[in-house]
Design a binder for this molecule. Structure first.
Ligand SMILES: Nc1ncnc2c1ncn2[C@@H]1O[C@H](COP(=O)(O)OP(=O)(O)OP(=O)(O)O)[C@@H](O)[C@H]1O
Length: 221
């Protein structure tokens, strides 16, 4: 199993308020699986993604990524692990405005010390895969929403991560662009056996993945 969660609990505290965002979550996700996490607003989908990927810590239970208990890794080790083995596709894009598309895409490679010429070649290859070769020198502000999302996808996948986390990857896009992007993710999953965990409200995405994890009130139902 690439991901294994056992009896995970996550509690947010703000002032007097105590919100149990995840209550007793146990799940397993296999290598090469494409899973959608679905459920009503506020049920804990984003929290689950943040906890499983080690972006956030949990209050109880255990999360194993490829057999390693996240609890046993330091913050620094978790960060290095994410940089090497994980890709993130989040809706608010997070692209650096002063960098061009190709510079944004090659960033994860430079961070992991891939030589610059090799990084540039690979970044251009990824931009070609997402069909944006002709926009490589454009900055994010000079791209459409769908194009920016495709740059985000190219950046998330540039270092061939074993595990890709996507939070509403098609949320802000028109239906044609959304289905192009979904087809791209499905193709990458088929061809490269990458594992995808996708948070979504879109039922058409739910119909295309291998499995749906349904959540309600912090629980899997
Ligand atoms: N940083 C935080 N501090 C306090 N409470 C939080 C925090 N983040 C999320 N919550 C609460 O935890 C619960 C789960 O939130 P989460 O964002 O995981 O839901 P979601 O299913 O992703 O929702 P949506 O579909 O609306 O994005 C909600 O009740 C939310 O208000």
């Amino acid at each position: 199993m690439v991901i294994k969660a056992q009896h995970v609990k996550k509690i947010y505290r703000s002032g007097q308020l105590r919100i149990e965002a995840l209550s007793d979550i146990s799940l397993e996700i296999a290598q090469g699986e494409m899973v959608a996490v679905m459920g009503p607003s506020g049920c804990g989908k984003t929290t689950l993604l943040n906890c499983l990927s080690g972006l956030d810590t949990i209050d109880e239970g255990d999360i194993y990524i490829r057999g390693d208990n996240l609890r046993d890794l330091s913050e620094r080790e978790r960060t290095a692990y994410r940089a090497q083995h994980m890709g993130f596709i989040f809706q608010d894009f997070n692209l650096l405005p002063v960098l061009s598309a190709v510079e944004n895409v090659e960033l994860p490679l430079l961070v992991t010390r891939v030589p610059s010429q090799k990084a540039r070649r690979r970044a251009l290859e990824m931009l070609d895969i997402v069909d944006l070769s002709d926009r490589a020198r454009h900055r994010p502000a000079e791209l459409s929403g769908g194009q920016r999302q495709r740059v985000t996808i190219a950046r998330a996948l540039v270092n061939n991560p074993a595990l890709v986390w996507a939070d509403e990857p098609t949320g802000n896009l028109d239906s044609t662009t959304a289905s192009d992007i979904m087809n791209l993710l499905l193709q990458l999953n088929r061809e490269q056996q990458q594992t995808f965990v996708i948070v979504t409200h879109a039922h058409d995405i739910g119909e295309q993945v291998h499995r749906i994890i349904s959540m309600r009130d912090g629980k899997i139902v």
